[in-house]
Design a protein around this ligand. Structure first.
Ligand SMILES: Nc1nc2c(c(=O)[nH]1)N[C@H]1C(S)=C(S)[C@@H](COP(=O)(O)OP(=O)(O)OC[C@H]3O[C@@H](n4cnc5c(N)ncnc54)[C@H](O)[C@@H]3O)O[C@H]1N2
Ligand code: MOO
Length: 401
C-alpha cells in the first residue's frame, strides 16, 4: 500500500493553480459575507469635519476658567459660524466645531446662567474634539482586496457613501452523496439504511465558507452511474465534492470514476479522521477544469475534511487569505491520548479559564460519532506517534467560519 501523504502535501496539491474567480458588482445591501475583488479607496475624510464628542460648550482652551458669553448654538447637521475670541458656543455631539474653537467641555462640568456659561480651568486643546479624518483619510485604502465583508466592513463602506461593491462571485459547488444505504430525511428508513447527515452539514459549512451549492445529487453504488454523475456535476460547478465511496471496498467507485474522467492528484492522507480523502480535477468542457474533493463518508471525516480542505479551497477561489488558514491557539490538554501513524485532529471544546485556555476532548473520537462535532469549537492537532498527558500544550485550530 502506498505511503499516506502528509496534510501539507495535500494542501499544496489542492491549491496548486487555483486562481480567484471572476468578479461581479453587487448592491451593498446584498454584499454581506462576500469578498472584495478590488481594493476600495476612500474618497471622503471620516469624519468630514472637526466635531464635538460631547453635548457641551466649544471654546478656545486659552479662554477657559471663567464666565463666557454663549454666542451661538450648533446642533449636529447645522453649520457653525466662526467663534469670537472670549466667547463659547453651545454644541451637541456630532456638531461641527466652529472655526477658532479648539476644545469642548461637557455640559456636566459647566455652570449655565442665562446667556453665559462658566467653564472650568485647565481644559486641554483638543479636549472632546473628534478631528477631521481621524477614522479615514481621503485617498487611503479603505478596505483591501480579499477582505470578507463583515457587519463593520459594510458600515465602513456605507460611511463613504458607497452603495455598490465589486466582489468575487461565489464558488459554485456540486455536492454528491454516494452510498445506496444513505437516504434523505422525510423518507422511511429500511433495515441497513441511514439518513444523510453529511448533506445538510456540508451545505451549511460551504455556505459559511462563502460558496454557493448549485447542485445536489445522490449517487448510487454503481461504477457507470458514478462516472456520469461526476461528469454532470463538473459541467455545472467550479468544485465537485463527493461524500463516501473513496475507500478500498468493491462498492467504493468514486476514485475509479475520477481516474477514468479526470485526474487524481492525491489519495490517502496521514490524517485521522479522513484517511481515504481524495483530491483531483475533472474536465468541465472548453478547456476548463473543476476541482474535485472526495470526502470520506463517515460524518466526522466529512466535517473535519471540510474545515481542513474546503475552507482553504474556497478561500483561494475567493482570493480571501482569511479563509485560507484557520486561527491556531495553544491550549492545555485536560485528557490523555496516544496517536498512531496519522496526525489526529481531535474534536475539543475550549474553556477560557483564569489558568489559561484548556482543551476538553470528547470521549469518543471515532469518525462515525458526529456528536463529537456538535459542541466542538476547535480541532486539537496531535502529531503521529505522540503521547499526550493532561497539562501538555496542544496546538488547536479554531473552528470559525
Ligand atoms: N479495508 C479498509 N477499509 C476501510 C479503510 C481502509 O483503509 N481499509 N478506511 C476506513 C476509513 S479510515 C474510512 S474514513 C472509511 C471511509 O470510507 P468511504 O469514504 O468509502 O465511505 P463509505 O464506506 O461510503 O461510508 C463510511 C460510513 O459513513 C456512512 N455514510 C456515508 N455517507 C453518509 C452520509 N451522507 N451521511 C451519513 N453517513 C454516511 C456510511 O454508511 C458508512 O457507515 O472507510 C474505512 N474502511
Ligand atoms: O479516516 Mo477515517 O475518517 O479515520 O475513519
Amino acid at each position: 500500500m502506498a505511503e499516506l501523504a502528509p496534510i501539507e502535501h495535500a494542501l499544496e496539491a489542492l491549491l496548486a493553480e487555483v486562481c480567484p474567480l471572476e468578479s461581479e458588482t453587487l448592491a451593498l445591501e446584498h454584499a454581506a459575507g462576500r469578498v472584495l475583488a478590488t481594493p476600495v479607496m476612500a474618497t471622503l475624510d471620516v469624519p468630514a469635519f472637526d466635531n464635538s464628542a460631547m453635548d457641551g460648550y466649544a471654546l478656545r482652551a486659552a479662554d477657559a476658567g471663567t464666565w463666557l458669553p454663549v454666542s451661538q448654538r450648533i446642533a449636529a447637521g447645522s453649520p457653525a459660524r466662526p467663534l469670537e475670541p472670549g466667547s463659547c458656543a453651545r454644541i451637541f455631539t456630532g456638531g461641527e466645531l466652529p472655526e477658532g474653537a479648539d476644545c469642548v467641555v461637557m455640559q456636566e462640568e459647566v455652570e449655565r446662567d442665562g446667556e453665559r456659561a462658566r467653564i472650568p480651568a485647565g481644559v486641554a486643546v483638543g479636549n472632546s474634539v473628534r478631528r477631521r479624518a481621524r477614522d479615514v483619510a481621503r485617498g487611503s485604502v479603505l478596505l483591501e482586496a480579499g477582505t470578507r465583508l463583515t457587519a463593520a466592513g459594510l458600515g465602513h463602506l456605507a460611511g463613504q457613501g458607497i452603495d455598490e461593491v465589486v466582489v468575487r462571485r461565489r464558488p459554485r459547488v456540486a455536492l454528491l452523496s454516494t452510498g445506496d444505504e444513505v437516504v434523505e430525511p422525510g423518507t422511511p428508513l429500511a433495515p441497513g439504511q441511514l439518513y444523510n447527515s453529511n448533506r445538510p452539514m456540508l451545505r451549511q459549512l460551504l455556505a459559511s465558507f462563502g460558496a454557493e451549492v448549485v447542485h445536489l445529487e445522490s449517487v448510487p453504488d454503481d461504477a457507470d452511474k458514478t462516472q456520469s454523475c461526476l461528469a454532470r456535476a463538473a459541467a455545472l460547478a467550479d468544485v465537485v465534492i463527493t461524500t463516501g465511496g473513496v475507500s478500498v471496498g468493491e462498492e467504493d467507485h468514486v476514485k475509479r470514476a475520477l481516474d477514468a474522467l479526470g485526474e487524481l492528484d492525491l489519495w490517502r492522507l496521514a490524517i485521522r479522521p479522513g484517511k481515504p480523502l481524495a483530491l483531483g480535477r475533472l474536465p468541465r468542457g472548453n478547456g476548463r477544469t473543476a476541482r474535485f474533493v472526495g470526502l470520506p463518508g463517515n460524518p466526522v471525516s466529512s466535517f473535519v475534511g471540510a474545515w481542513l480542505f474546503l475552507r482553504p479551497l474556497m478561500g483561494a477561489l475567493l482570493g480571501c487569505p482569511a479563509l485560507e488558514t484557520l486561527t491556531q491557539v495553544t491550549a492545555i490538554a485536560t485528557f490523555s491520548t496516544t496517536t498512531g501513524p496519522r496526525r489526529h485532529y481531535m474534536r475539543v471544546k475550549l474553556a477560557f479559564t483564569e489558568a489559561g485556555v484548556e482543551a476538553h476532548a470528547f470521549d469518543d473520537q471515532d469518525s462515525s460519532v458526529l456528536s463529537s462535532c456538535v459542541h466542538a469549537d476547535a480541532l486539537a492537532i496531535v502529531d503521529p506517534h505522540r503521547r499526550v498527558a493532561p497539562g501538555d500544550p496542544l496546538a488547536c485550530l479554531w473552528l470559525t467560519a
